[in-house]
Design a protein around this ligand. Structure first.
Ligand code: PLP
Length: 461
């Protein structure tokens, strides 16, 4: 075919976008986007012809349009299969919700609701009460307040209780939590004045009492003693810490508050699952803390939120602070959080809440799962011993024994990239030049999609 004939053979934009084969694309993506895609496909075909290459036929043009539209319309926030074995994976959305919590979110999302409505009185109610009763019952706190996340909880409590005043904290706890979020910088932002005591590795009770009774002339009077839980690193060797009970006693003897930034916010004992003991909210309160701040989407296993639990008089001050409005929790968060807390109240958290179910899975059960997948996949797949981690700023360095599906493919990185390109992307782990998939973090409903993705990737994907 001559060049001129080639150009003439190309359909017009309207004809291509209106072709029978394009109707499914129009139904899915709308006419305007399909017309744009048709124009681009024809432009590209013209360029090919100019370079002396053959032009694609109509089917090939439609195919190009479909690929382009699929990529263009793919949401950036998508479900994935977490086969990394990191249970609370911050990059993958931290804690997946229980079925009940997900349903509660969806119910509230699509209907009007009692967010700020008192049904009995037929009048305005408060959004602050929704998780309040559950939190009081489960933690034993006098009162609780739910905000956007734990970072917001810290900003609120420091602004409301320590603005222009001193916050005494051990030098070993001036931590960076992740994403550049640093405890000392948050304090500065909130107008609180950091009073560091002790050394990086050792802080004693006398360091706190000294700072209180012999303040530096340039320090304002202190408002509180604060502990920031070292949730993402571990100090070993020549170390000494002051217990929360001691800190509370010192604070209260001097008319100050004792506040705990607990981070992961475990409500159950991780030691029951072969892990180290992660301090719980109940323990901090029992140690005498006036206020405990923690995340709802780490070990609690709920939606993103920050929870403040403690003395009623103090929570009331926080509720009245102007910042409380700026960091308040929304209806979807409150729905998911309440449903998650319900699992604790009913004593069914381990069975129902995914992060706890994953922690409680036995290595034997995981080995059986990995072996059944290996068998279904055939040659190239095997089972290897490995380790899962809890992640998400809790239990640093702690691991759980696991068994992974190991894939011998072209190269582990090529295989990993193919898995990420699946309809439901699969996130795996490359270790010792092999691709490993840990069944522990694969949700029960995802096994079929996982196997389909693995088969496609192994066969050249
Ligand atoms: C994770 C963490 C935070 C931040 O909590 P977000 O809910 O992510 O805002 C603050 N302090 C500690 C100790 C943490 O572990």
């Amino acid at each position: 075919m001559s060049d001129a004939a080639g150009f003439r053979a190309l359909p017009s934009v309207d004809r291509l976008a209106g072709a029978e084969g394009a109707s499914a694309l129009v139904a899915r993506y709308g006419r305007a986007a399909v017309v744009d895609a048709a124009r681009d496909a024809i432009d590209a075909a013209r360029e090919s012809l100019k370079r002396g290459q053959p032009a694609p036929d109509a089917d090939a043009l439609l195919n190009q349009m479909a690929v382009r539209l699929h990529a263009q319309f793919a949401p950036t926030l998508r479900p994935v299969i977490n086969a990394t074995g990191v249970i609370i994976h911050t990059n993958l959305g931290r804690a997946p919700l229980s079925d009940e919590a997900a349903r509660a979110v969806s119910d509230i999302a699509s209907q009007y609701n009692t967010l700020e409505y008192n049904l009995e009185a037929g009048a305005r109610g408060s959004r602050l009460l929704h998780a309040d009763v559950l939190l009081r019952e489960i933690t034993g706190a006098e009162a609780a307040l739910v905000v956007n996340n734990n970072a917001a909880a810290l900003v609120l409590l420091l602004s409301a209780l320590a603005q222009g005043r001193g916050v005494i904290i051990s030098r070993g706890q001036l931590v960076e939590i992740g994403g550049g979020f640093r405890v000392p910088e948050v304090m500065e932002q909130s107008g609180a004045v950091l009073i560091e005591v002790g050394a990086t590795n050792r802080t004693r009770p006398s360091d706190f009492t000294q700072a209180i009774s012999h303040p530096r002339p340039y320090h304002p009077p202190a408002a509180m003693l604060m502990r920031a839980h070292a949730s993402n690193f571990k100090q070993i060797g020549f170390t000494e810490e002051v217990s929360l009970a001691e800190m509370s006693a010192i604070a209260h003897a001097h008319g100050l508050l004792c506040v705990d930034d607990l981070g992961s916010g475990a409500l159950l004992d991780t030691a029951a699952y072969g892990l180290e003991h992660e301090p719980t909210v109940q323990e901090s309160l029992a140690a005498g803390c006036d206020l405990v701040a923690f995340s709802a989407d780490k070990l609690l296993g709920g939606p993103q939120a920050g929870i403040l639990a403690g003395k009623k008089a103090i929570i009331d001050v926080l509720k009245r602070h102007p910042l409380a409005r700026a960091v308040r929790a929304d209806k979807l968060c409150l729905a998911g959080l309440s449903a998650t807390l319900e699992h604790y109240r009913r004593g069914e958290a381990i069975e129902k809440i995914p992060v706890w179910r994953m922690m409680a899975l036995s290595a034997d059960a995981i080995r059986a799962q990995a072996a059944s997948w290996a068998e279904l996949l055939g040659p190239g797949a095997s089972v290897v011993e490995s380790e899962s981690t809890v992640g998400g700023g809790s239990l640093p360095g702690a691991t759980l024994p696991t068994f992974c599906l190991a894939l011998d493919g072209p190269s582990p990185n090529t295989l990993a990239a193919r898995l990420r390109a699946c309809d439901t992307p699969i996130i795996a782990r490359v270790q010792d030049d092999r691709l490993l998939l840990d069944p522990r973090t694969v949700l029960p409903g995802q096994a079929e999609a996982l196997l389909a993705g693995l088969r496609a990737a192994l066969s050249g994907g």
